[in-house]
Design a protein around this ligand. Structure first.
Ligand code: IPT
Length: 974
């Protein structure tokens, strides 16, 4: 054994050392445009992939090197999405041994070469800067054969001075990119590992006297309505704000009346920074962020975050997003009432923040830092608690803060995600506070909140959030730290895990956010599914997830947990979230003839909205009109009388009042007429007249005929209904477990999806005990149970007929010691495939489950069965329409079947069985039956919850086995 004295100090290559890089210019503010020349170097670059960092020497950087035999890849892009190597997905596990800062020999390395000339009008004097917006994970850069340096920090900008090396023509830029580096240890975010030059590379002319850096300070004083502006710049210059009549020297401040910037009123003032050598257009937003008396306030008012966590993702381009996609994300957010983004878990493309300034979103800007995988070894060796890494951490903090400091939308800095605790985090926090005292600090991973200004948690149960809201949560840390944390505002930086069907239970959280001043909202996990667009060999499209690229280690479809499908189609989860967080509450009381309107905006009045009422009977709109709503300020409410429509007299059919708030005029994010909020209330109509004289069951050979129904006399099963062949109906309790049913393997208990399968609820046996005709009734007694247990369900089906209707009353009695909820409780029946068009009266148009049905509006809906399917990336239970009164399935000739619920039911129709849905792992594996549409008519459904990462189904939404009685009546549609 060697003693420490003769142990050699390790010397690692640039891609494995602790340093953030070398040869770089200091970080500075993002400049989307200036009058200095710039050249976008993107395009198709020559490319060679090597299996290791050292497989080839560095001679490719020589200008004379012959790369004519190389492939080409687009820049910006990830090479693994362009035919070189493959993407790989892990959640928290590092896909290499934990031996920081070393990385494996297997280290895919992409050498890039790009030849370029300067444009003819490139100014002769001055210098130039070569800027990289993002390279994963480590780059070494040469220009014209000269080594400029290297860097790590994948989602952060890096610049080199290149004035002395640049030529008018024939420049050769060479970039070597390593997939793995010491930097990878700091980038263990839950997402695909996607190496490459994935953001723009730009050449920036720096004229003599160009702006080196500048900081905009634009505060707002809500007590007197003034804004105070000061722009610090290097070198000094002047600031012009024509709209405010301001012309100031840099460093000088001025206070004038202004309209403030908020996410609801994103007022920007066009300005210009003029230095001797450069003019930079600015967009100023005046606002002040402060934590006061335990509450986070902007411009003096408490704000409520209706947020999402946004990773950068595109199903074809990975983390390379163009401006149109960024704008699309923001328009979708604004249209779904979302007002805040946490840039999980790295600074986004800087243009995204420009768009947030413009369209109005509160932003938590998070540093490119996560060391989650050290959790697996008890946080041993965690880089954030090892001072050798501190320069790299400080470099990351500085690159984020300097780049993004001038955005009014950025209201909070976040140190990173899931890094445990450590001195490095404290060093980052200290540096950020010193550099920018104007924004509070966020970090979730340290319960003591030693380095933060906010108390932040992820996936806490509503019960605990309620305690936190009342500031009576369990103590933590030293008494001093505990008291300090207890006085802080509270955020859920992640909640509502939107994996597959769900998240459930959002309304419960929203109620707490609105009840407790301390609870300032949350950020749903997450914005978009990271499914990569792929095709089967025969050309059918699907979205791929972890394991689909032959990864040795992967975390499956945990990467698909967004409110958007990968192609940016809103999922039912997003539609639900929009309703839950709507900024106007509309509570209709049809019986009293009133509607309560509450303005839940933080800053806006209601004048941008036009309200309207509507009166319908059984879904048919009979009267509608505008509703005059007084100009309520934020937080104010009013009770208004609803008009009494002439048609509102007594009669059959349910009465339904709906009140809607729509945009009165076009905005930057949605056209006039866009629906923002709504409320609805129903009142039963007079009961329907009796359906006609009762029929009596008649035995004919092996059948029993009862009204329009023909039954098998031996089994009591319905064989045809009004001439239509049918299969069933019979009791069904199985659903294809959702991701939230299955839960995550670290979840302690109540992983019902797993429990159900262990119990065998997917292979229930039906034993007919009796088929009896008793007066007007056909009675069938059945025991439904899985193998290998004594649990069961005693079922009695009682059939009667009257007029042309067949009525079924079902009684279910659990037998044995059931200790878990049922997936569903109802009937399954098969009808001919021709019945492909659904009409129903009840909740819609989209799906809804017990804890996800806020957005289901009662109405009359028509939809092909094929469109009732929700294409979750990993197939699972979906598509139930809640609170359905009646439903019809018809063939193209208009004939078919009608079902009425007694009481209301959950209506599902699909061209495959639950078992087939359960077996499929990708959408293309679901093959429509040529013969049958499968219909589920459910009396109950288990809630959805959020247990794929967060809390399970709340007790009130669990479908616990208990004696149940429900019924349906069936008839023909002719
Ligand atoms: C949490 C992570 O912060 C986030 O990146 C993502 O992985 C999410 O979970 C699940 O999709 S961490 C979790 C262990 C609470």
């Amino acid at each position: 054994m060697s003693s420490s004295a003769d142990r050699q100090l390790p010397s690692y290559p640039y891609y494995e050392d602790f340093s953030p890089g070398s040869g770089l210019l200091p970080p500075r503010a993002w400049v989307p445009a200036s009058d200095a020349a710039r050249l976008d170097l993107g395009g198709h670059w020559a490319f060679r992939l090597s299996p290791s960092a050292t497989a080839h020497d560095e001679s490719f950087a020589d200008p004379g090197y012959d790369a004519s035999g190389w492939d080409r890849v687009p820049v910006p892009a990830h090479w693994v999405l362009h035919g070189h190597g493959a993407p790989a997905y892990t959640n928290t596990r590092y896909p290499f041994p934990l031996d920081p800062p070393r990385v494996p020999d297997e280290n895919p390395t992409g050498d890039h070469r790009h030849l370029f000339d300067l444009p003819a009008d490139w100014p002769a004097e001055g210098t130039a800067v070569l800027r990289f917006e993002g390279v994963e994970s480590c780059a070494r850069v040469w220009l014209n054969g000269q080594l400029l340096g290297s860097f790590k920090g994948s989602r952060l900008p890096h610049e080199f001075a290149v004035g002395g090396v640049l030529r008018a023509r024939g420049n050769v830029l060479a970039v070597r990119v390593h997939q793995w580096s010491s930097g990878s240890y700091l980038e263990d975010q839950d997402q695909w590992w996607l190496p490459g030059v994935f953001r723009e590379v730009t050449l920036l002319h720096r004229p003599p006297g160009a702006v080196a850096d500048f900081s905009v300070h634009a505060g707002y004083d809500h007590t007197d309505g003034t804004g105070t502006l000061r722009v610090d710049a290097e070198p000094a210059g002047r600031v012009l704000v024509p709209e405010l009549g301001l012309e100031l020297a840099t460093g000088q401040s001025a206070t004038v009346p202004v309209e403030p910037w908020t996410a609801e009123t994103p007022r920007l003032y066009a300005a210009e920074l003029v230095c001797a050598g450069e003019r930079i257009p600015l967009r100023l937003g005046f606002r002040t962020v402060a934590v006061e008396d335990g509450v986070l306030r902007v411009n003096g008012r408490r704000v409520l975050f209706r947020g999402v966590n946004r990773h950068e993702f595109h199903p074809e381009h990975g983390r390379t997003l163009d401006r149109a996609v960024m704008r699309q994300d923001l328009l979708l957010m604004k249209r779904h009432n979302i007002n805040a983004v946490r840039t999980s878990h790295y600074p986004p493309h800087p243009a995204f923040l420009d768009l947030c300034d413009e369209l109005g979103l509160w932003v938590i800007d998070e540093c490119d830092l996560e060391t989650h995988g050290f959790h697996a070894v008890g946080w041993r060796g965690n880089p954030v608690d090892d001072e050798r890494w501190t320069p790299a951490l400080l470099d990351r903090a500085a690159r984020m803060v300097e780049r993004d400091k001038n955005h009014p939308s950025v209201v909070i800095w976040s140190l990173g995600n899931e890094c445990g605790t450590g001195r490095g985090l404290t060093a980052m926090a200290d540096w950020i506070r010193e550099r920018d005292p104007s924004r509070p600090l966020h970090y979730e991973g340290d319960l003591s909140c030693a380095d933060t200004d906010l108390y932040s948690r992820m996936y806490a149960w509503p019960e605990e959030v309620d305690q936190i809201g009342r500031r009576v949560e369990a103590p933590w840390g030293t008494p001093e730290l505990d008291a300090r944390r207890r006085a802080m505002p509270f955020l859920l930086c992640e909640y509502g895990h939107a994996m597959g069907n769900g998240p459930g239970g959002l309304s419960e959280y929203q109620r707490l956010f609105e009840a407790h001043e301390r609870c300032q909202g949350g950020f749903v996990w997450e914005w978009i599914d990271h499914g990569l667009a792929r095709r089967t060999p025969d050309g059918r499209p699907y979205f791929a997830y972890g394991g689909d690229f032959g990864e040795e280690m992967h975390d499956g479809n945990f990467v698909c947990d967004g409110l958007l499908f990968p192609d940016r189609t809103p999922s039912p989860g997003l539609v639900e979230y929009k309703k839950v967080i709507e900024p106007v509450r509309i509570v209709v009381d049809g019986a009293a003839g009133t509607v309560d309107i509450t303005n839940s905006h933080d800053f806006l009045g209601l004048s941008h909205l036009a309200f309207g009422w509507e009166y319908a009977v059984e879904g048919a709109v009979l009267a509608a009109g505008p509703l005059a709503v007084p100009p309520l300020g934020p937080g104010e409410s009013a009770r208004l009388a609803l008009p009494e429509p002439a048609e509102a007299g007594p009669g059959p059919g349910e009465r339904l009042w709906t009140v809607r708030a729509r945009l009165a005029e076009d905005t930057a994010w949605a056209p006039a007429g866009h629906l923002v909020a709504w409320g609805q209330c129903e009142r039963p109509g007079e009961p329907d007249p009796a359906p006609g004289p009762a029929a009596v069951p008649r035995r004919t050979g092996r059948s029993i005929v009862l009204g329009p129904g023909t039954f098998d006399a031996a089994t009591g099963t319905l064989a045809s209904l009004a001439g239509l062949p049918v299969e069933g109906p019979r009791l069904d309790v199985w659903r294809a477990p959702t991701d939230n049913d299955n839960g995550a393997d670290w979840q302690p208990d109540e992983r019902y999806g797993v429990i159900w399968r262990e119990l065998g609820l997917h292979r229930m046996r039906h034993r007919v005990d009796a088929v009896a005709v008793d007066g007007e009734e056909l009675r069938v007694t059945v025991r439904v149970a899985p193998a290998a247990t004594d649990l069961g369900l005693a079922v009695e089906y009682r059939w009667t007929a009257a007029g042309d209707r067949l009525r079924l009353a079902v009684a279910v009695t659990p037998q044995g010691d059931w200790s878990c909820p049922l997936p569903r409780l109802g009937l399954r029946l098969g009808v001919p495939a021709a019945l492909g068009l659904a009409r129903w009266y009840g909740g819609g148009p989209g799906e809804g489950y017990p804890d996800t049905l806020a957005a289901a509006r009662v109405g009359r809906w028509t939809m092909p069965v094929d469109e009732m399917q929700t294409p979750y990336v990993r197939p699972q239970e979906n598509g139930a329409r809640p609170r359905v009164r009646w439903a019809e399935l018809t063939a193209p000739d208009g004939t078919g079947l009608r079902v009425e619920g007694e009481p209301r039911f959950w209506f599902t129709a699909r061209r495959w069985t639950s078992e087939e849905l359960d077996a499929a792992e990708h959408t293309h594996e679901l093959v429509p039956s040529p013969d049958t549409v499968w219909v589920n008519l459910d009396h109950g459904q288990q809630g959805i919850g959020s247990q794929s990462c967060g809390p399970g189904v709340l007790p009130v939404y669990r479908l616990m086995p208990a004696p149940a009685a429900f019924g349906f009546s069936f008839g023909a549609v002719r």
